[in-house]
Design a protein around this ligand. Sequence first.
Ligand SMILES: *Cc1c(COP(=O)(O)O)cnc(C)c1O
Length: 430
Amino acid sequence: MAVQTAETAANSTDATVDLGPAAALSCRECGHKVPLGPVFACEECFGPLEIAYDFSGHDTEELRKRIEAGPANIWRYAPLLPVPADVATKPNINPGWTKLVKADNLARELGVTGGLYVKDDSGNPTHSFKDRVVAQAIEAARAFGFTTLSCSSTGNLAGAVGAAAARAGFRSCVFIPHDLEQGKVVMAAVYGGELVGIEGNYDDVNRFCSELIGDPAGEGWGFVNVNLRPYYAEGSKTLAYEICEQLGWRLPDQIVVPIASGSQLTKIDKGLKELIQLGLVEDKPYKIFGAQAEGCSPVSTAFKAGHDVVRPQKPNTIAKSLAIGNPADGPYVLDIARRTGGAVEDVTDEQVVDAIKLLARTEGIFAETAGGVTVGVTKKLIENGVLDPSLTTVVLNTGDGLKTLDAVAGTGLTATIRPNLDSFREAGLA
Ligand SMILES: *Cc1c(COP(=O)(O)O)cnc(C)c1O
């Protein structure tokens, strides 16, 4: 794979780019630091880069007040994100501040007594958590002077990039596996950008995008989850911030997070650590649990086997948004699950469907398959005695069931009747 360094990246000559408290890019492996730019791999060791901040000199109470007075979207946390100070005035889809639903009915079904919450990210503009990460990436793209946005996607990201690009005035050209759910394809195409189906699975799409980045054909393109990945990834921190603020500036005891590439899970951990560091929440232990579908479970397989390396798998599951067989952040997820005392678990497609229906009938929340994975894994972890039902637990629903209707295709009419009362009674509905 061609690796862009600070020297070779397009449009990275502007040394004055100001991205708020973001101070540099730092290698997650060796700690080497480079200036902010559209680069994603360390020039020393090829490890992944992430954003390092300078939070020195902050006043905790002032920061809390500023956040609480901010807009009802992710930009209330602008002081903790890699974005220009005037970000809230730019055309952006402004995701976030989604509902944290106290799920008492589901808690009763699962035997949770310590408080169970569903963080429902289906409420975002394109109905998945991906709006959070794209909203970040697009601001970085603007700062670096890109005009075309691209990505490799398992479906939701394609829609989020299409919408964000349309609103912010970028060209978009995105790549997906050719056999995704109809709802995901339409959702990605409707915003008018270019949508390309690749004959292969997500890992093939991703490999193709890496080639395109190194080729003149992709020059000057901002790939939100490749050369803009360090900025993109920071969007997931806002989930951690919102959960804690919505709990009254409190850390939950346990969080159950879905895993595709694993980026979201690692940044939720980063977000929680930052809140502790900034004094915005009281420092106490929390456990992070990762959730996968059995048909694409490279991380949970490694976790259960006690391995540090993640062996790639060929995905075969209805949870297509999570179907990444070679997850880039897999080893970091293993570290976090082990360090925090959490776990990584998987459920079958049948259990995913049962969990979608369970969440719908108990809480009135229609989740996509990824939400079925987290709810299903939560149930399994409680039954296995791994997740403590007496502790405050937050389960993520990261997408909308309307995009994965096929998963619950067996659901439908209770009866078909003629428009009169006799017919109604005959059907046994009175
Ligand atoms: C992309 C996605 C995730 C997780 O993504 P990561 O690659 O692990 O950050 C979770 N749920 C849904 C619905 C997604 O689309």
